[in-house]
Unconditional design. Structure first.
Ligand SMILES: Nc1ncnc2c1ncn2[C@@H]1O[C@H](COP(=O)(O)OP(=O)(O)O)[C@@H](O)[C@H]1O
Ligand SMILES: [Mg+2]
Length: 457
C-alpha cells in the first residue's frame, strides 16, 4: 500500500520553512541550519480503541466492570438475528454481514433498522450502493419507514463519520464496506488498503462512541468475504447469510463472534414483504411426503442450541467412465468416500465402483459427524433399492472399524424427532442409555452392520 510521506525543511535558528535544502537560510541568513523533517506517515488503518479514561491503564479484573452489565445489549426485534448475534447488539461492537449478491443483506438490515427504530433507537443507514429514494422505496415495501430511521447515500467514510456528529445515531449501518472509500489512503473503493482504512475508521468510531456499527461485506464467487482476511480479524463478529435461492430459504450464522456462540442458526424465508423468520426450521427442511422413499434417510443435527431434522438423499448409478464420481451438495465428498469404504469392508456392500450423488434437502450443510449414519443408510437404501422405514431417524458417527460412536445431546434430538412424528430412533450405543419420550422406539446399535440389519429388517 502506498504511504504518503511528507517532508519539510526548517531552519533550526529562526524556524523558517523552506521548499528544500539550502546551504544558507533564506530568512535569517544562517549557514547550515536547514534540516529535513519527515512527518510520520498517516496511519489509515490504525484503530483507536476508546476515548474513555480506561485505555492504557491496568485494572484488577475483580475491579473492572463487565460491559454487558453496564450497557445492556440492544435488540433488533428480529429474534433470529438477535439469537445469532448472541442476544442482540453489543455496545460499541462492529458486526460484518457477508453474503452473495441478492441474498437479502440490505433487506435484513433495513428490517433490523425498523425494529431498532421502533425500540427507541436512532439509526443511520449509510449506503454507497443505492440512492436515498431507492432505499426509501425499499423501506416502504418492507414497512420499515420510521421517524428515527435516517438515510444517507454517501461513499466517503469521513463524511459518514461527520454525519454521525450532527445526527448522533444509536446504531450505524454501512451498506457496503466495499463501496466506501477513505481520504487517508489511495486506490479505488474495495481494494485492500481502502477496505482496511474504512474499517479501521468505523471501528475507531464504534469503540470511541459506543455506537454499534453493522457493515455489509460482499463475498467472492467461492464464498469468501471479499477483501483482506484481516477484515474478519478486525471486526467483533462476522455473520454469513446464504441460502437456497430456489426455495427462498435463507440461513444466517455467525462464523466469528466475540460476544456469543458461533453455533446458532437463524432461518428466514424471503417473501414479497421481506424476510420472515421461520419458527420451525425442521418442517422447512424435511421433504413433504407420506411414504418412505428409496435413498432417503432423516437425521437430526444440532445447530447451536437447536436440534434440526433434515433429510439426506443418495442416488447410486453405474459409472460409465471407469472413474466413479462423488457429487455432494451439503455433504463432504471425503467423508462420503470414507463411508463407502466402511460399507464395503464392514457391511459387504460394494458401492465403490458406482457414481454416488448425495444431497442434503433444503440447502443446509452437514457439519456434524453425527450425520454419518444417515448418509451411510441413504447410500445403502439406494444400493439395495429398498426404502427405510418412513418413521426412522438415524444418528451416529461412523468410525473406520465400522463402529458407531455416540453423539452429543441425543435426548434433545430425540425430542425434536418425536415432535415431528418420527417414532423410531436408530442411535449408537452409549454408556448411559438415553431416555426416550413415550411412543418412541429406541434401537441401540454398536456397529454399522447392526444398524443396517435393524434398518432394513
Ligand atoms: N420489489 C421486490 N419485490 C419482491 N422481492 C424483492 C423486491 N426487491 C427485492 N426483492 C428480493 O430481495 C432480494 C434482494 O435482496 P437485497 O437485500 O437487495 O440483497 P443484497 O443486499 O444481499 O444484495 C431479491 O433477490 C429479491 O428476492
Ligand atoms: Mg444490498
Amino acid at each position: 500500500m502506498a504511504k504518503k510521506v511528507k517532508s519539510s525543511w526548517t531552519c533550526t535558528e529562526c524556524g523558517n520553512t523552506t521548499g528544500g535544502w539550502f546551504g544558507r537560510c533564506t530568512s535569517c541568513g544562517a549557514w547550515n541550519t536547514i534540516v529535513e523533517r519527515t512527518d510520520a506517515p498517516s496511519a489509515p488503518d490504525r484503530v483507536v480503541l476508546s476515548q474513555g479514561d480506561d485505555v492504557g491503564r491496568v485494572f484488577r479484573s475483580t475491579h473492572a466492570e463487565d460491559e454487558t452489565k453496564t450497557k445492556p445489549r440492544r435488540t433488533t426485534s428480529i429474534r433470529e438475528l438477535d439469537r445469532v448475534l448472541g442476544g442482540g447488539l453489543v455496545h460499541g461492537s462492529v458486526v460484518l454481514v457477508g453474503g452473495p449478491p441478492g441474498i437479502g443483506k440490505s433487506t435484513l438490515l433495513l428490517q433490523a433498522c425498523a425494529g431498532l427504530a421502533a425500540g427507541d433507537a436512532t439509526v443511520l443507514y449509510a449506503s454507497g450502493e443505492e440512492s436515498v429514494s431507492q432505499i426509501a422505496d425499499r423501506a416502504s415495501r418492507l414497512g420499515a419507514k420510521h421517524e428515527r430511521l435516517l438515510l444517507l447515500a454517501e461513499t466517503r467514510v469521513e463524511s459518514i463519520v461527520e454525519a454521525t456528529k450532527s445526527h448522533a445515531p444509536d446504531v450505524l449501518i454501512i451498506d457496503s464496506v466495499q463501496t466506501i472509500y477513505s481520504d487517508l489512503t489511495e486506490g479505488l473503493p474495495g481494494n485492500v488498503g481502502q477496505i482496511r482504512a474504512v474499517t479501521a475508521q468505523l471501528i475507531s468510531y464504534a469503540k470511541s462512541s459506543g455506537v454499534p456499527v453493522i457493515m455489509v461485506g460482499h463475498v467472492t464467487k467461492d464464498g469468501q468475504l471479499a477483501g483482506p482476511r484481516l477484515l474478519e480479524h478486525m471486526v467483533d463478529a462476522v455473520l454469513s447469510f446464504d441460502g437456497d435461492e430456489a426455495r427462498a430459504l435463507r440461513m444466517l450464522r455467525a462464523t466469528k463472534n466475540r460476544f456469543g456462540s458461533t453455533q446458532e442458526l437463524g432461518v428466514f424465508e424471503m417473501t414479497g414483504d421481506g424476510l420472515s423468520p421461520i419458527e420451525n426450521p425442521s418442517e422447512a427442511f424435511l421433504t413433504q411426503r407420506d411414504n418412505a422413499a428409496t435413498g432417503a434417510c432423516v437425521t437430526s443435527t444440532l445447530e447451536g442450541s437447536r436440534p434440526l431434522l433434515l433429510e439426506v438423499q443418495a442416488l447410486l448409478g453405474p459409472s460409465p467412465g471407469g472413474s466413479p464420481r462423488r457429487t455432494c451438495v451439503g455433504a463432504d465428498p471425503a467423508r462420503l468416500a470414507m463411508l463407502l469404504a466402511v460399507l464395503d469392508r464392514h457391511a459387504g456392500l460394494f458401492a465403490v465402483d458406482q457414481d454416488v450423488f448425495v444431497n442434503v434437502a433444503g440447502g443446509l450443510k452437514l457439519t456434524e459427524p453425527a450425520a454419518d449414519l444417515a448418509v451411510l443408510l441413504a447410500v445403502a437404501s439406494s444400493h439395495k433399492r429398498a426404502p427405510l422405514p418412513a418413521d426412522l431417524v438415524a444418528l451416529g458417527e461412523v468410525g473406520l472399524t465400522g463402529e458407531l460412536r455416540a453423539v452429543p445431546r441425543v435426548e434433545a434430538r430425540m425430542a425434536e424427532s418425536h415432535r415431528l412424528g418420527y417414532s423410531t430412533l436408530l442411535v449408537p450405543h452409549a454408556r448411559k442409555r438415553p431416555k426416550a419420550p413415550k411412543g418412541v422406539r429406541l434401537v441401540v446399535c454398536r456397529t454399522v452392520a447392526e444398524a443396517l440389519d435393524a434398518a432394513f429388517d
